[in-house]
Design a protein around this ligand. Structure first.
Ligand code: OAD
Length: 245
């Protein structure tokens, strides 16, 4: 059972502008592997960093498509956990609450969060790699990557790959919320992928109270004001209870 310092609960009770940045750890208790977890089965021989790039897709589109297809199937079968639902409650508690996520699994939306900035896209969506048109359906041809109905370009997941830019409007909104927040939560993210990782540091520089919730130490750990080691699916509901009491 996590106990929270009374001064933190007092601070949260009077905070109005709060940001939460989430990463793959938040979905771990929904049964989804984190990005840097060892890969299972067929995919164990590949590093995610070597598959999630435009270069990998150009070299071997089928390999990259199949990897995302397997991750898409896992995401489709997953349900939000208590951590996702606690973040929905936080949106109701704080007058201005911005949820910034690096996750592509769509579980925050499924749980009911509304003000979400998806920095890395959504794995459930598929678009043309040439003309950008979104595909509603695509064939189940196991031999080749499905193609765009409009321009015949190869279809790809609507996620941001390494070396690609983040969606500008989402990133700008995330930066803006970070600069103006009083409290910044970093939850279930290893904090090693930019530019998302820089947000917590920017919040701190601007004087926000920074709180980390993570199963393990990260590069941010030594710099935070409050640290809770453990599972977000346990710590976040307990925190919401403590703020609401
Ligand atoms: P990572 O896989 O790098 O980190 C997951 C973090 O979650 C680790 O720090 C774990 O300690 C922590 N963790 C695991 N289980 C947890 C739990 N139950 N409760 C709390 N924390 C837990 O995932 P991200 O930080 O999300 O980007 O990775 C960031 C980005 O790197 C991904 O979005 C992906 C990748 O590049 C793209 O694909 C563009």
């Amino acid at each position: 059972m996590t106990t929270f310092p009374p001064e933190l609960i007092q601070l949260l009770k009077k905070s109005t502008r709060v940001v939460a940045l989430t990463g793959a750890g938040v979905s771990q208790e929904s049964g989804l592997r984190t990005f840097r977890d060892a890969q299972a089965g067929l995919w164990a021989q590949y590093r995610p960093e070597d598959l999630a790039t435009p270069g990998a897709f150009a070299r071997d589109p089928k390999l990259v498509w199949d990897w995302y297809a397997s991750r898409r199937e896992s995401a489709k079968g997953a349900l939000p956990n208590a951590g996702h639902y606690a973040l929905v409650e936080m949106e109701k508690i704080f007058p201005e609450f911005t949820l910034i996520t690096q996750n592509v699994d769509g579980l925050h939306r499924m749980a009911g969060s509304k003000n979400i900035l998806e920095l890395h896209g959504n794995i459930l969506n598929v678009r043309c790699s040439e003309c950008g048109t979104f595909a509603e359906t695509w064939g189940d041809d196991l031999k080749s990557v499905p193609r765009c109905e409009k321009c015949n370009g190869l279809l790809r997941p609507d996620v941001v790959w390494f070396e690609e830019s983040l969606p500008r409007a989402q990133l700008d909104a995330a930066i803006n919320a970070t600069h103006t927040c009083q409290v910044f939560f970093s939850i279930g993210t290893s904090g090693v992928v930019q530019p998302a990782a820089a947000l917590a540091h920017a919040a701190r520089t601007d004087g926000a109270v920074v709180i980390e919730i993570n199963a393990e130490p990260t590069p941010l750990t030594e710099k935070v004001d409050f640290l809770f080691h453990g599972k977000s699916g346990e710590i976040l509901p307990a925190l919401v209870n403590a703020i609401s009491a």
